[in-house]
Design a protein around this ligand. Structure first.
Ligand code: SAH
Length: 349
């Protein structure tokens, strides 16, 4: 149990209430909120009185992650961070540089309990949820370390964001807030393995986020085999939740499809996927997009990737159904132990 106050997870309104409760003026909230978003430790918040700084240092939790390990790609400058949290747990974030700005891929949990068979992050199960301040802290820590601004966020690191719903929502409000990092919702995408209840709830929040669905199979039998979440919510239910999300948000839906040799990467799989998406979305007006990526081989899972050619054939086949598919460019190929592997290798030390 944490007995300290997590001030970095507080909205400005909550900070106002907090400072009021300790007899401080309300404008402290604005000051502290701004310091937090720059990653300034309490001891260096120079516009607070020394007495207040000492008081905060005693009772406030410092959730800003520290860099435990850092791998920089020689190919494209992608940086893979292993961040250490206040309790010693580690997570990964990846900084990718594109022409349109820097994107940070962040983790949402320490470990994951969703059990996808190809994924390294879920092998040891879930340890704990990340706090809103730790979700935000990954961006702040990466900005501090790189000296560069991060303009886009993808929630595609370790963990299932919709399995840490309340903290993720709070984080989204914090990251979007004026006087803080002020990153627009349109610059954020959230990836889910298909937690339908969470997708429907998220639609009601009216954040214009891009939703990304990890689909990876075009029928329930195959999907349930590799993604246990499919036993709870079947593909039809998932796609219908996506249509609802589109209707409410007006945002394009992205699908991630990881190609695993001999499992889901054949022509008949492409046909099945094309027909499935066409049936679910055409006529709804929802723009959709499929990202294809060959599976990252994780030694514990035994799944293998197919040839580069097989991805192109798969994408071409999908286009016959009017589906736009891109083959995801792999940034940081030389530092990219598949997501979750850096944390695992560090745990084994
Ligand atoms: N839990 C969320 C976000 C984290 S996983 C989700 O499932 O979407 C981020 C993406 O990486 C997902 O699309 C996931 O299916 C994919 N992924 C996980 N392990 C992989 C691997 N070994 N190779 C390729 N993609 C993988």
């Amino acid at each position: 149990m944490i007995d300290k106050i997590d001030i970095a997870s507080m909205t400005k309104a909550e900070l106002c209430d907090y400072f009021k409760s300790i007899g401080e003026p309300k404008f402290r909230a604005e000051q502290v909120f701004s310091w937090i978003s720059r990653g300034t430790p309490v001891s260096e918040m120079t516009n607070l009185s020394k007495a207040l700084r000492e008081k905060l240092e005693k009772c406030a939790l410092n959730t800003l992650p520290t860099v435990e390990e850092k791998l920089v790609s020689k190919l494209d400058g992608t940086v893979k961070y292993l961040f250490k949290l206040y309790d010693g747990a580690c997570i990964e974030s990846v900084l990718m540089r594109y022409n349109h700005g820097n994107t940070l891929c962040i983790s949402s949990q320490v470990g994951c309990r969703m059990g996808c068979k190809f994924c390294a992050s879920t092998i040891g199960g879930k340890v704990r949820d990340l706090l809103p301040s730790e979700l935000l802290g990954q961006i702040i820590a990466a900005e501090k370390d790189s000296g560069e601004r991060i303009s886009n966020i993808v929630m595609m690191g370790i963990g299932e964001p919709l399995d840490n719903y309340d903290n993720v929502i709070k984080f989204l409000k914090l990251v979007n807030a004026e006087g803080g990092l002020n990153i627009g919702y349109r610059h954020i995408s959230l990836s889910t393995c298909g937690v339908v209840s969470g997708i429907l709830k998220l639609a009601e929040e009216d954040f214009p986020l891009t939703l990304s669905i990890s689909l990876h199979a075009a029928n329930d039998e195959k999907r349930s085999e590799i993604m246990p979440v499919n036993n709870k919510w079947k593909i039809a239910e998932l796609l219908s939740a996506c249509v609802s999300y589109y209707k409410r948000s007006g945002r394009r839906i992205s699908f991630e499809y990881t190609l695993i040799a001999g499992k889901n990467d054949g022509i008949s799989d492409a046909d099945e996927l094309g027909a499935l998406l066409k049936k679910a979305f055409f006529g709804t007006g929802a723009p959709i997009h499929v990202n294809l990526i060959r599976v990252n081989e994780v030694k514990e899972t035994g799944f293998k990737k197919g040839s580069e050619e097989s991805v192109k054939i798969f994408a071409d086949r999908l286009s016959k159904y009017g589906i736009v598919a891109t083959v995801r460019r792999r940034l940081g190929a030389d530092v990219n132990a598949a997501c979750g592997q850096l944390r695992r290798s560090n745990m084994a030390k």
